[in-house]
Design a protein around this ligand. Structure first.
Ligand SMILES: Cc1cc2nc3c(=O)[nH]c(=O)nc-3n(C[C@H](O)[C@H](O)[C@H](O)COP(=O)(O)OP(=O)(O)OC[C@H]3O[C@@H](n4cnc5c(N)ncnc54)[C@H](O)[C@@H]3O)c2cc1C
Ligand SMILES: NC(=O)c1ccc[n+]([C@@H]2O[C@H](COP(=O)([O-])OP(=O)(O)OC[C@H]3O[C@@H](n4cnc5c(N)ncnc54)[C@H](O)[C@@H]3O)[C@@H](O)[C@H]2O)c1
Length: 456
């Protein structure tokens, strides 16, 4: 065993969204920082999440543009899709970003230690090298930050190992002609639309009655309707009982005694914190519902051990992990007393159509304030980009307003660029904008977003 001793101001476990942000911010304040990563620097978002997913979303939109191009005077004789090219290009971009994040850490003066970390005392970490040598290294710090993220979960059914989880989607050489996607959340809806756009036949199996629980119900129904129009075979109240066969030739068995043949199955059935090997029980770090329990300053029950991001929070989004990391580093090393603001977190699903929201949905506002106290403004129309081809595609915009104060409680949108538009609306809403503020804003014409300032 190679035992090396060193004392850092901060050791970060996990070089994903939260860990990278915390490590770089702490180093910028002059702290001596090490970051321990067992896999590739970049974490879920960069390597197997937001970034490669969004690139696939872009790729999945081209075929539709090409099919519509003759309305705009462009004749293309034939378009064919080879997803292996897209997948290779996406992997190349992920490699570039991985190298970039390593360089950024080095430039910030953060020491990168490759391997899987395990907490051996409140001030020490044992790192088992992830290469073949499996060497062990002991490092020491005044503060430890756990930012190890989560992993996808498969349902507990016979043959579950035959299915993919989202990580596997980015590793495929190509996709089969037909896939079954299980789940109704972010990943299920995004991948159903990606695959559908890339010409794969998609069956999406949902055990409940609705898509995207937690989103505005009208938006989720709008998405459901549009996904069906795009040709996705959405089936509600369908629960899997087993998977049989082999990769490329699978049989999905359902509890209702039906069976579906397909080439691949994606389990988009949620994620859970990755606590394996951290040694939390021995150290006495308290957990709650499989997450690390933290206070409002992201401290665990052990004063100098902190946790951020997916391993601790209930909101699994990159900007939340990043903000938690930066706030923590500022508070530890530059004497601030900042708090993360969780009340207004914008969310988007990069489905087709894209949907995005900030603040309260119509149903949440009605539950909270009661019927007479909430006014909902909505606009549903065919965007100009779809007019020459007379497409059936529509967009839907909603403003949820508090009648007493005129404050905008929520803003929702489905349709092209909705994530970009809601990001900008978030600034106004975070500043406490009223419906009158929106009404008194000069419109920018012709745009989709101008509807938000002209709704009556
Ligand atoms: C398919 C997919 C798409 C997504 N799309 C979006 C999106 O569009 N927008 C958005 O905001 N969010 C998205 N997310 C969620 C987002 O990726 C996560 O919320 C975010 O990455 C969480 O950051 P984190 O720092 O908590 O953990 P992670 O980014 O998961 O990083 C944790 C890191 O810790 C490492 N690690 C684990 N255990 C150890 C150990 N013992 N020692 C050393 N290292 C360890 C892991 O290898 C990993 O690199 C998506 C997620 C998925 C799966
Ligand atoms: N655009 C984005 O911001 C984005 C994209 C992808 C992921 N994410 C983040 O990653 C997290 C994880 O995504 P996700 O889609 O895996 O989780 P999710 O929690 O959004 O959805 C999980 C889905 O699986 C279903 N499910 C769970 N167990 C099941 C079972 N045994 N059988 C059938 N269905 C089952 C649930 O009912 C739910 O519909 C999200 O909560 C989100 O925070 C964000």
């Amino acid at each position: 065993m190679n035992l090396l001793k060193d004392t850092f101001d901060l050791i970060v476990l996990g070089a994903g969204s939260g860990g990278l942000a915390a490590a770089k911010r702490a180093a910028s304040h002059g702290a001596r920082v090490a970051i321990v990563e067992g896999d590739r620097v970049g974490g879920t978002c960069v390597i197997r999440g937001c970034v490669p997913k969004k690139l696939l979303v872009y790729g999945s939109q081209y075929d539709e543009y090409l099919k519509d191009s003759h309305y705009f005077g462009i004749e293309i004789s034939r378009s064919s899709i080879d997803s292996s090219v897209l997948l290779n290009n996406v992997r190349r971009e992920v490699d570039r970003l991985n190298r970039l994040h390593v360089e950024l850490l080095e430039k910030s003066g953060v020491e990168i230690i490759s391997g899987w970390g395990s907490i051996t005392s409140p001030t020490s970490i044992s790192v088992i090298s992830s290469d073949k040598s499996k060497k062990n290294k002991e490092i020491h710090a005044r503060n430890i930050l756990i930012a190890v993220g989560g992993r996808p979960v498969r349902p507990d059914i016979p043959g579950a190992a035959l299915g993919w989880v989202s990580d596997d989607m980015f590793l495929q050489k190509n996709w089969p002609e037909k896939v079954v996607i299980v789940g109704a959340g972010f990943i299920a809806c995004e991948f159903s639309c990606i695959m559908n756009g890339l010409g794969v036949e998609v069956v999406q199996l949902v055990r409940g009655n609705t898509l995207l629980k937690g989103f505005d119900q009208e938006l989720s129904l709008f998405l459901e309707e549009n996904m069906r129009k795009e040709g996705i075979d959405l089936q509600f109240q369908k629960t899997l009982s087993a998977l049989e066969g082999c990769q490329g030739d699978l049989k999905v068995l359902l509890q209702c005694n039906e069976a579906i043949d397909c080439g691949g199955v994606l389990f988009a059935t949620g994620r859970k914190p990755f606590l394996d090997g951290l040694n939390l029980d021995k150290i006495g770090i308290v957990q709650e519902a499989e997450r690390i329990k933290v206070d409002s300053g992201n401290a665990t029950n052990i004063a100098n051990i902190f946790a951020i991001g997916d391993v601790a929070g209930h909101v699994q989004l990159t900007p939340v992990a990043v903000e938690e990391g930066r706030v923590l580093a500022d508070n530890l090393f530059s004497g601030t007393h900042r708090k993360v603001k969780y009340n207004l977190i914008p969310k988007a699903v990069f489905s087709k159509p894209e949907i995005a929201s900030i603040g309260l949905s119509e149903n949440e506002a009605l539950d909270k304030f009661g019927g007479g106290n909430v006014q909902v403004y909505r606009s549903k129309f065919r965007p100009m980009s779809q007019s020459l081809q007379k497409s059936e595609r529509r967009c839907l915009l909603k403003l949820v307003v508090d009648v007493k104060t005129d404050k905008i409680l929520g803003c929702q949108m489905a349709g092209e660029h909705s994530a970009e538009i809601i990001q900008m609306a978030s600034i106004a809403i975070s500043m406490g904008a009223t419906k009158l503020d929106f009404d008194q804003t000069m419109a920018l014409h012709p745009t989709i977003a101008e509807e938000f300032v002209t709704m009556r």
